[in-house]
Design a protein around this ligand. Structure first.
Ligand SMILES: C[S@@+](CC[C@H](N)C(=O)[O-])C[C@H]1O[C@@H](n2cnc3c(N)ncnc32)[C@H](O)[C@@H]1O
Ligand code: SF4
Length: 345
């Protein structure tokens, strides 16, 4: 059995029941008019998502591989009917599973119960505010009905199912995308998490291309740094739930500071962490800069390949000179073991 020290962030499938205005996948409306065809571009309209047979064939190879933990994201992973079959197979291969979800599908009993039965290790739920008014403005549902209330109902349902199992079940946490509109969510959302009885919280800066229609409205600017720093300091002092390690506030601030060093020595991207796109493409990490810099002869796919072939490495971590807001949320992924029973792994 090889050492298990590789984590995968896998955007399993593209579709989503929400239409978050800042989503990395863009919006269906914009891509209807202008299909997103460039290498590495994500789209909720993707017609190139791998199907169940190709996904299942790759998952069947995980047991004999260095993969330790898979973060299943999307799109919305929990609206794809076979997702829990895939989770079962991943767990059978001895790999930990963290589900990254908008939380609404957790309101379905069959989903919440099965997540607990399968021994899913953690469920990370996205919520950008402690009020519906702020959260739902930028995270609207495509059916124009669901939002904050349904996310909370989903989280509470999963908590109930975990309690019924005697507390044996996934760790549950909240993720908030932080922009100019919700800087105070750095503290209000983890307080909500604590009140609900959840386990961890991660704030991440909204990251948008400079030409995105919402870039100026949402992306943090240098004149927000003082407020952001004060909120982060307050959170790391009060720690209402588990948080990423103490280096994280500095990385968050660096990502929005002009002229901050862009070089990351010994980056884990491409060695201990990889990103898989819904079409099966494998990248060093989800950073748009890093994907754009990938030489064509280094492009790979999980289709028809085994996890052992794809993720074998000699432990040498290369540095990266492309640090950006896209990268910040990768640190809590590589340090995720501290949120799980048994602490840092
Ligand atoms: C793409 S979503 C996929 C999983 C699931 N649908 C969800 O919303 O949690 C993964 C995470 O990326 C965050 N996210 C999406 N677009 C972002 C952006 N432009 N900048 C920062 N975070 C973003 C979401 O808020 C969510 O926490
Ligand atoms: S719920 Fe997740 S995948 Fe869906 S639009 Fe929002 S951020 Fe994107």
């Amino acid at each position: 059995m090889p050492d298990r020290n590789v984590d995968l962030l896998w955007a399993l499938r593209s579709p989503c029941n929400l239409g978050c205005t800042y989503c990395y996948f863009g919006t269906i409306e914009e891509h209807r008019d202008r299909p997103a065809l460039e290498v590495g571009r994500l789209s909720h309209l993707s017609r190139t998502d791998l199907g169940l047979p190709e996904i299942a064939a790759f998952v069947a190879t995980l047991a004999d591989s260095p993969v330790r933990r898979i973060f299943l994201a999307g799109g919305e992973p929990l609206i794809w009917p076979p997702v829990l079959e895939i989770v079962e197979e991943i767990k059978r291969g001895g790999v930990e599973v963290v589900l990254c979800t908008n939380g609404i599908p957790l309101g379905r009993d069959a989903v919440a119960r099965r997540i607990v039965e399968l021994g899913v290790d953690a469920v990370s739920v996205s919520l950008d505010a402690d009020t519906a008014a702020v959260n739902d403005r930028y995270r609207p549902a495509r059916n124009r009905k669901d939002g904050f209330d349904q996310v909370l109902a989903g989280v509470e349902n999963l908590l109930r199912r975990r309690a019924e199992a005697g507390g044996q079940g996934p760790r549950i946490g909240l993720y908030a995308a932080i922009g100019r509109h919700n800087i105070t969510a750095i503290n209000t959302v983890p307080r909500l998490a604590a009140d609900l009885g959840l386990d961890y919280f991660v704030p991440q800066p909204v990251s948008l291309a400079p030409d995105h229609a919402l870039h100026d409205e949402l992306c943090l600017r240098p004149d927000d740094i003082e407020r952001v720093r004060a909120e982060l300091d307050r959170l790391w002092r009060s720690r209402p739930v588990a948080l990423p390690d103490a280096s994280y506030p500095d990385r968050f601030v660096a990502a929005v500071t002009p002229g901050a060093p862009s070089r990351v020595a010994a980056c884990f991207g491409g060695t201990f962490l990889h990103f898989i796109q819904p079409d099966g493409s494998v990248w060093d990490c989800p950073s748009a800069l890093r994907i754009a810099a990938t030489e064509p002869d280094r492009r790979r796919s999980i289709a028809g390949r085994t996890a052992a072939e794809l993720f074998a490495h000699d432990g040498a971590c290369g540095g990266c000179a492309l640090f950006s807001a896209d990268c910040v949320s990768m640190w809590p992924l590589t340090g995720f073991g501290s949120f799980l029973p048994g602490g840092v792994r």
